[in-house]
Design a protein around this ligand. Sequence first.
Ligand code: 0O2
Length: 255
Amino acid sequence: MTGANVNGVSIDIRPLRDDAAIGEDAPPSITADLLTERAAHALGQVDDEGLDEIRSLRDDFARFMMPYKFGIDEINTKIGILREEFNELHAYNPIEHVSSRLKTPESLIEKLVRKGCDPSFESIRETITDIAGVRVTCSFVSDVYRVFELITAQTDIRLVEAKDYIANPKPNGYKSLHAIVEVPVFLSDGPVPVRVEVQLRTIAMDFWASLEHKIYYKYDRSVPAELLSGLKDAADTAAQLDETMERLHSQIRGV
Ligand code: 0O2
């Protein structure tokens, strides 16, 4: 077997780097470029029934993930409204930057394994609370708490859990305020409560967390002690900067 149709996509099953066989005029498809020889061989063993199962699993997964995307849309709309209102009516805006992401299948599987979670959709829904994530970056620590209050006080939002890593930083120095919220998403057959993790932090905390995240993955979670201690120092410096900025901000505003 040299070709297959998986999930409606034509797959050219030829070993990796078999450039001569692919030829310059080969039509675009998920070709040998993307498949290792082993993966190509494994795919070649899948019969029609197997392909149907793969297709059905793909559809179930897409159906499972879809509400999370809509949950992100709902939270982004809420934050966008707050942001616009502050811009229009107030002298300054507490929200500097907003980003969002759906957890990748790889990251989801890694977390399932790490948490020893049963691989059923029901238990994934219960255990993995950051499949949908929205990150809000604020200028000052007081803004972080203010935006948290404004979001969680909305009547259609249910606060499932708050993790205050600003008051109680993680041992590595990580600071952020996490709100796991449930927001209703209105699908054609009715409303579905969807969990979204909203991470709120200052610019300094965000700067630190992005670097730490990169280092953590670069060293595959076994970060050398020297770097860990450097990161902890940097977290302390970031915290001092936040304190100073907050003080100056209060002075300017005459608080
Ligand atoms: P990604 O790549 O951002 O999706 P946990 O057991 O801590 O992994 P849990 O119980 O969901 O999971 O805890 P928590 O504390 O709410 O962590 C969820 C997310 O917060 C993480 O998702 C990170 O985005 C962020 N986070 C938590 N701790 C740290 C940290 O020490 N450093 C950085 N940079 N980010 C952190 P993921 O799935 O780990 O990663």
